[in-house]
Design a protein around this ligand. Structure first.
Ligand SMILES: Nc1ncnc2c1ncn2[C@@H]1O[C@H](COP(=O)(O)OP(=O)(O)OP(=O)(O)O)[C@@H](O)[C@H]1O
Ligand SMILES: Nc1ccn([C@H]2C[C@H](O)[C@@H](COP(=O)(O)O)O2)c(=O)n1
Ligand SMILES: [Mg+2]
Length: 263
């Protein structure tokens, strides 16, 4: 309730500020009309009211399994927006936000940041984007992450699909230790802890989505392009089945061809 009041008064403040620059003296009704239009515009910029829920893909896999690498290719080919939970948390650290120090310590230890915080960062990005299809990379990492997301997010609380990059531990460790991007968690001790957490906390989430029939398990060994050819088939078949672009309708024969030849 108080958050809504604060949000409304901030909208009113910003609308007043922009109005004072734009509107010549006018009668009360004109001012009221312009004021209300400004509030609507301002609210739209912050939270895109969609006619239908966005298409949500959760992207899961152990540390170094290639989630981020494949997400970039999906963005290029299929026009998704990529939201990496880890990147959003790292942005909080580098912007010296009030939770920055706690997030840094948690990531250094290979542990999981409190769900409310991560969900808030993801929700903010989804709501302020005009896109209608998202890759949420590295989330949910725990059952608690998943439940918090379902509780807090009202639109698109359930993912449409979940990708799981399945990679042997040895390969993941090798990739992380040669990543060379200056990440505080790319060292052998933290990687061991992240793998422990992946097995204990993330695998149950992966099993949950498998039981719901939403999981696409992708073998993640091979070249980046070989792996992407597996990923491409999934999104191409979703496109053909009109799930990614509902205005695109196709004959049943094409659907049958896709099911039998691409999958
Ligand atoms: N198929 C591949 N073969 C070899 N190396 C790869 C492959 N895919 C990605 N890599 C490399 O492995 C490293 C880890 O990849 P990436 O950052 O995409 O993993 P991730 O799953 O996002 O990891 P994290 O959970 O730690 O963020 C990167 O240096 C990337 O260039
Ligand atoms: N849902 C999440 C996602 C990430 N984190 C923290 C802990 C991870 O080790 C770190 C890096 O994430 P990555 O870039 O590897 O996806 O960020 C978390 O606490 N909760
Ligand atoms: Mg990553």
């Amino acid at each position: 309730m108080w958050r809504r009041v604060a949000r409304l008064s901030s909208l009113i403040r910003s609308s007043k500020a922009s109005l004072s620059n734009q509107i010549p003296p006018a009668n009360g009704l004109q001012i009221l009309e312009a004021f209300s239009t400004e509030i609507q515009k301002s609210a739209k910029g912050r939270n895109h009211h969609r006619e239908k829920p966005p298409f949500i893909t959760f992207v899961l896999g152990g540390p170094g399994s290639g989630k981020g690498t494949q997400c970039l290719k999906i963005v290029e080919t299929f026009g998704f927006s990529h939201l990496s939970a880890g990147d959003l948390l790292r942005k909080e650290i580098s912007s010296n936000s009030e939770n920055g120090a706690m997030i840094l310590e948690t990531i250094k230890e290979g542990n999981i940041v409190p769900s409310e915080l991560t969900v808030k960062l993801i929700q903010r990005e989804v709501e302020s984007s005009e896109n209608d299809k998202f890759l949420i990379d590295g989330f949910p990492r725990t059952e608690e992450n998943r439940r918090t997301y379902e509780r807090v997010v009202s639109v698109g609380a359930e993912p449409n699909i979940v990708l799981f990059f399945d990679c042997p531990e040895e390969e993941m460790v090798k990739r992380v230790l040669s990543r060379n991007q200056g990440r505080v968690d790319d060292n052998i001790d933290t990687v061991k802890k992240r793998l422990e957490n992946f097995n204990a906390l993330n695998l149950p989430v992966i099993n949950y989505y498998s039981e719901k029939g939403k999981l696409y398990k992708i073998p993640a060994v091979g070249t980046e392009d070989e792996i992407f050819s597996r990923v491409r088939k999934i999104f191409t078949s979703l496109e053909v089945l009109s799930m990614l672009s509902p205005q695109f309708s196709i004959p049943i024969g094409v659907i049958w061809f896709t099911l039998t030849n691409l999958l």
